[in-house]
Write a protein that binds this ligand. Structure first.
Ligand SMILES: Nc1ncnc2c1ncn2[C@@H]1O[C@H](COP(=O)(O)OP(=O)(O)OP(=O)(O)O)[C@@H](O)[C@H]1O
Ligand SMILES: [Mg+2]
Length: 270
């Protein structure tokens, strides 16, 4: 797994005396990390720093045992795949096939290997029927899947997803969660941003709460169960926690909640 360590990192877009990310220290060691916070709290900025697109004004970032700086950024970025919050910003080829093929081609794969890789990634994302389409004429969900296929095709260790759950219908949302779980099971380290405490609560192992560029809290699900902390971050307690906080067990997923409600112990709460 790619290790990623931030040591006292600050980053300012313009005024260095008012940085967007402030004295951020964190060891991203879990395979399922969710970064949560209100609009403008610095989530996307943090992902861009992990992707070495921005350079810290202060502090150090170490990824894959290499400190991030201008000379090391290109080599480090080979280990990282980033799916932007607006997928159209990373789709540019005339067809979905060519879009997904771009990364593997750049990696120097043979034509045959590129085709095989594109079909594997498209089939994993369930978009083989879209390969001849123009990426510009797709729905948001289809664009997200195409951008993900393009990133997965390059087989990076670490995958960054900025707001992967936004704008998806319930079925696509479930497919997205399943896809992220499959990617994690394949050995990818996943770091995502979201405002959705309910999905994050069910999906992640490791949680970071950001407020105005500062790390308010981090840890396991207890982070999202701390009402004052969650309110401080302008978020809300997860629905499952609100429903089950006074019961003997604390289901973390809808499936766990359902089996608990129909168990002998949880029976009376049905
Ligand atoms: N390119 C930029 N130039 C200047 N300021 C920026 C730029 N991008 C973001 N910012 C500022 O940095 C702060 C953090 O922005 P960021 O996009 O990281 O927040 P976020 O938590 O991802 O928000 P959202 O939930 O809306 O996506 C905001 O105040 C924003 O206005
Ligand atoms: Mg953002």
């Amino acid at each position: 797994m790619t290790n990623c360590f931030f040591d006292n990192v600050s980053y300012a877009y313009q005024d260095p005396t008012a940085p967007t990310l402030r004295h951020f220290t964190y060891d991203f060691s879990s395979s399922k990390t969710a970064i949560l916070g209100a609009n403008g709290s610095g989530k996307s900025t943090l992902l861009h720093l992990i992707d070495t697109l921005f350079e810290a004004n202060e502090g150090t970032i170490t990824i894959h045992h290499q400190q991030v700086h201008q000379r090391s950024a290109k080599a480090i970025r080979k280990h990282i795949g980033f799916v932007f919050d607006h997928p159209e910003n990373q789709l540019f080829a005339p067809t979905v096939f060519e879009d997904i093929a771009f990364g593997p081609k750049n990696q120097g794969m043979s034509k045959q290997a590129v085709t095989k890789t594109v079909y594997e990634a498209a089939s994993f994302m369930r978009i083989t029927d879209l390969l001849d389409h123009s990426p510009y004429h797709l729905s948001l969900g289809q664009k997200k899947k195409t951008a993900m296929a393009g990133v997965i095709a390059m087989k990076p260790d670490m995958l960054l997803f900025d707001e992967p759950f936004s704008g998806l219908d319930p079925a696509s949302l479930q497919t997205m969660i399943d896809t992220l779980n499959q990617l994690e099971q394949r050995g990818h380290q996943i770091i995502l941003t979201t405002h959705d405490v309910d999905i994050a609560y069910q999906w992640a192992d490791d949680f970071l709460l950001l407020k105005e560029g500062t790390l308010l809290a981090h840890g396991g699900t207890e982070v999202l169960e701390n009402e004052s902390m969650v309110q401080e971050a302008n978020l809300k307690l997860p629905m499952l926690y609100r429903l089950f906080q006074h019961t003997a067990e604390r289901p973390k997923t809808v499936e766990e909640a359902r089996s608990y409600m129909f168990s002998e112990e949880g029976g009376p709460c049905v």
